[in-house]
Design a protein around this ligand. Structure first.
Ligand code: FNR
Length: 190
């Protein structure tokens, strides 16, 4: 069975982030041949085009992690009706230098959770625009706009009963999407 490593970008650095919780809960719904590596986007400097010829170690590490992955998972809050600056900063870093974007061609899923009623819909739409420009094939359906509500997560941090079927369906579609776009899955040892 092929193994798939997924590079995960969570758009919140907050300690008790709902989006971090959602990331971990979704990862538990994926099959065992999927593993997830979180990109440490909080360690990156602010993007400066002057540094394109001499990217810093954290940027190069992130680009290597993306290059080694068979798929991308973006889990983002909505900040002022768009994506948080920390996430855009990471996307810009890994898109450069010109012609050497790490993102190109990697199949992606986009999902997010917020306290607002539209559940990150506008942030996700902005993110889809950016990913389209970066040549990232992004799962279109199902969309998942998640609102932070009592009972969404159970006491073990898993998705609670009321949302489990829907989010399991989202993960299953994401897994299929990643598999459909494979160029170089990692062969398993056995
Ligand atoms: C927000 N929040 C928010 N929510 C929303 O639904 N739409 C929005 O446009 C905004 N804008 C916004 C801006 C800023 C600067 C902050 C700090 C917050 C609220 C947001 O959904 C809430 O703080 C979530 O808890 C953020 O996600 P994490 O950190 O829990 O993952």
């Amino acid at each position: 069975m092929d193994h798939f490593q997924i590079a995960v970008a969570v758009g919140s650095l907050r300690r008790d982030s709902f989006n971090q919780q959602l990331a971990h809960a979704l990862e538990k719904l994926a099959p065992s041949n999927f593993s997830f590596k979180h990109l440490p986007i909080g360690e990156l400097p602010l993007y400066n085009q002057d540094d394109d010829g001499n990217q810093s170690e954290p940027v190069l590490r992130m680009k290597n992690d993306i290059a080694a992955s068979q798929g991308l998972l973006f889990i983002t809050p909505e900040y002022n009706r768009s994506i948080p600056g920390v996430l855009k900063n990471a996307i810009d870093h890994a898109s450069r230098p010109y012609g050497h974007s790490a993102w190109k061609g990697k199949p992606a899923g986009v999902i997010g959770i917020s306290v607002g009623a539209i559940g990150t819909a506008l942030a996700q739409q902005h993110l889809r625009n950016i990913l389209a420009y970066l040549d990232v094939p992004t799962l279109g359906q199902p969309e998942a706009f998640v609102q932070a509500k009592e009972g969404l997560f159970d006491k073990d941090g898993q998705i609670g009963e009321a949302s489990r079927k829907f989010l399991q369906g989202w993960v299953d579609s994401y897994v299929d999407w990643v598999k459909q776009h494979q160029i170089d899955p990692i062969p398993s040892a056995s």
